[in-house]
Design a protein around this ligand. Structure first.
Ligand SMILES: NC(=O)c1ccc[n+]([C@@H]2O[C@H](COP(=O)([O-])OP(=O)(O)OC[C@H]3O[C@@H](n4cnc5c(N)ncnc54)[C@H](O)[C@@H]3O)[C@@H](O)[C@H]2O)c1
Length: 319
């Protein structure tokens, strides 16, 4: 009897050493896929040591030659690498634009040469503007930050690739949180920034009003959508949030209730480019069968449970 061996698919994750990238890798690594990771950071070598199905490349996407090492015909490319902090993009616009725009242009040129079958790009709610409620993908875009502008330009560059028959999916992510987030990075991730400060210091320094609001989506929900195959619409852009408005004040209460601490909040003043409020209308993704599995209470409990298991943080519990 002749045995046929299924050809393994090749997936590339650009920015695969980050929070969302690693979570995607954990999810797809269970399947029979060759995973290729490109990132500026080298931590993945230790993390994925001895895994034959994982190939690691290092380099800065703002340098065109970095892409020359990627010679395969890829079935899927997740493009996640970015300067991700709104605050740092205001502090250092040049670095932000170099990564988020020049990096994207280099990527796009490489795509034109190698023609991957599908690209999944992570844009952001920051493309919308200062104050948005139940926002739909078709709403006028009015970014107020360098980060938001860079993401909007990224979307436009990626959409051009649709014309050369590469499948595209663009997700406008809202506030993603959960296990695996970089808890040492206090410049990105509202929930993790507050949670770590609360845990360590029993007080939280907040930049801006506690009446601001956000849409928090748990990492497992994000990954489920990003790895799923669905038929895209003519404009393949999707809000990826929970669709629930959470006011900062209520988030802080939930954090302190879960940590069982008395707390103190100090407003140290907003920074430019900070969105006042936003939450998503997720009907377009709902129509594809997506329903978030986690509400904020459940997601927060899971996040705190995972923190208890990390040596660096476990000592702060039960004080
Ligand atoms: N986490 C969120 O709440 C959120 C919200 C909206 C959009 N996004 C977008 O989702 C994507 C992933 O976010 P994340 O939370 O995993 O961020 P992250 O900061 O954890 O990961 C980003 C990765 O990109 C890499 N990177 C940065 N500059 C690079 C460069 N010049 N060359 C190569 N690699 C580089 C970093 O080393 C890092 O590993 C980003 O595009 C981000 O803008 C995230």
């Amino acid at each position: 009897m002749v045995k046929y061996r299924m050809k393994k698919k090749n997936f590339l994750i650009i920015g695969g050493a980050g929070f969302i990238g690693r979570s995607i890798i954990k999810k797809i690594d269970k399947n029979k896929i060759n995973i290729h990771i490109l990132d500026l950071r080298d931590q993945n070598r230790k993390y994925f040591k001895n895994k034959k199905s994982i190939q690691i490349y290092n380099g800065d996407i703002s340098k065109r030659q970095v892409f020359d090492q990627l010679k395969k015909k890829f079935d899927k490319v997740f493009f996640l690498a970015a300067e991700t902090s709104t605050y740092l993009c205001e502090q250092n616009p040049l670095k932000c634009m170099r990564t988020n725009i020049i990096g994207m242009l280099n990527f796009s040129e490489w795509c034109r040469e190698t023609k991957p079958k599908e690209i999944i790009f992570t844009s952001s709610m920051a493309v919308y503007g200062l104050k948005v409620k139940n926002i739909k993908e078709t709403t006028e875009l009015n970014p107020i930050s360098n980060y938001g502008i860079s993401k909007l330009i990224g979307e436009k560059i990626i959409l051009q690739l649709n014309k050369i028959k590469i499948k595209i999916k663009i997700f406008r992510l809202f506030n993603v949180y959960g296990p695996g987030q970089d808890y040492n990075n206090l410049d990105q991730g509202m929930l993790s920034i507050y949670l770590i400060q609360a845990l360590k210091n029993k007080k939280v320094l907040i930049k801006g009003s506690i009446n601001r609001y956000r849409d928090f989506i748990f990492i497992e929900d994000v990954v489920d959508v990003m790895v799923s195959n669905f038929k895209t619409d003519k404009i393949p852009i999707y809000n990826l949030g929970n669709g629930k408005k959470i006011i900062v004040k209520s988030l802080l209460k939930k954090i302190f209730k879960n940590l069982d601490f008395n707390y103190k909040v100090i407003d140290i003043g907003a920074h430019t480019g900070d969105t006042f409020g936003s939450y998503a209308n997720i009907n377009k993704l709902r129509n594809k069968g997506f329903k978030p599995k986690y509400n904020l209470d459940d997601g927060l409990k899971k996040t705190i449970k995972s923190l208890r298991g990390i040596n660096e943080y476990s000592r702060y519990f039960n004080r």
